[in-house]
Design a protein around this ligand. Structure first.
Ligand code: SF4
Length: 163
């Protein structure tokens, strides 16, 4: 089971959620989505797309600004903003490892919210820490116990955890 951007975000919300999600996720499907992805639809970026075919990344939208690649992660609400920053940071780190310098932005159209995300040394450290912890978690045969947090109400696993 490998780390994906979605799992990084989930882990930041609730490690148990990330564990449960990882058991349900189909990594090949995520990879296919990436290959077919919306990135590909923008002919400008077809070459870039080929260069960044990375499993575990599903980027919502990408454009070029100056010489730089800027991608957007679109969210439904600002509720999970710290987790979304980590997810975007994870993508930026993966892209950098592939030799692609990019920046990211989080868009929440419903709230007319936009935030730029750069891979600062602080964010990079946080992402690396999270990935390490997540990798350890994914090796475990048992999910962490359920702990009631403010995100439980909207979580897809609420019934499973609390019924
Ligand atoms: S319901 Fe709560 S404890 Fe269970 S996975 Fe979701 S966020 Fe975590």
């Amino acid at each position: 089971m490998s780390v994906t951007g979605t799992l990084v975000q989930s882990y930041a919300v609730c490690p148990r959620q990330a564990w449960l999600m990882a058991r349900q996720m189909e990594p090949e499907r995520e990879f296919e989505l990436l290959v077919e992805g919306r990135l590909n639809q923008l002919e400008h970026y077809e070459r870039s797309m080929k260069e960044i075919e990375l499993p575990g990344m599903k980027i919502d939208r990408v454009r070029r600004e100056g010489g730089r690649l800027v991608f957007s992660e679109i969210k439904k609400s600002t509720r999970y903003l710290p987790a979304a920053r980590l997810q975007v940071g994870y993508y930026l780190l993966r892209l950098r490892e592939e030799g692609i310098e990019a920046s990211g932005e989080i868009l929440v159209p419903k709230e007319r919210f936009r935030e730029e995300v750069e891979l600062t040394p602080e964010l990079e450290e946080k992402v690396s820490e999270t990935v390490e912890k997540l990798e350890r978690l994914l090796e475990s045969y048992q999910p962490p116990p359920a702990r009631r947090i403010r995100y439980c109400g909207k979580c897809a696993y609420a019934e499973f955890c609390w019924s």
